[in-house]
Design a protein around this ligand. Structure first.
Ligand code: ZN
Ligand code: ZN
Length: 106
């Protein structure tokens, strides 16, 4: 968070860094892969990250909201975030300095 870098502007003037911060998984700190959002607090994570997290916790990793019962039942697939993330991934792969946000392919 403390590293300063020059704003990178897209053709419509949006700072990629701003967009990327909305599309970054708080658990793995990469761009969201198959994003799911917790309906109640609207925090979003990769499906793999949040399901792994909820195996041994019932709290949101961001706001620590407690979800008794089965937390997986309050997750909703966020296809809009997913498609945005895919687009940003393509851009990041062409922009120096953002490659660290990409999941390394297996
Ligand atoms: Zn993740
Ligand atoms: Zn939350």
């Amino acid at each position: 968070m403390s590293s300063r870098r020059k704003p990178i502007l897209t053709s419509d003037g949006t700072q990629i860094a701003d967009v990327v911060s909305c599309l970054t998984c708080p658990i793995c700190h990469k761009l969201l892969t198959n994003p799911y959002t917790i309906q109640d607090c609207m925090h979003s994570f990769c499906y793999d990250c949040i399901t792994a997290h909820f195996e041994d916790s019932k709290q949101c990793p961001v706001c620590s909201e407690y979800y008794p019962g089965n937390p997986l039942s309050i997750l909703v697939k966020d296809s809009l975030l997913g498609s945005l993330s895919e687009k940003v991934k393509k851009t990041c792969s062409q922009v120096t300095g953002l490659e660290h946000l990409l999941q390394s392919e297996p």
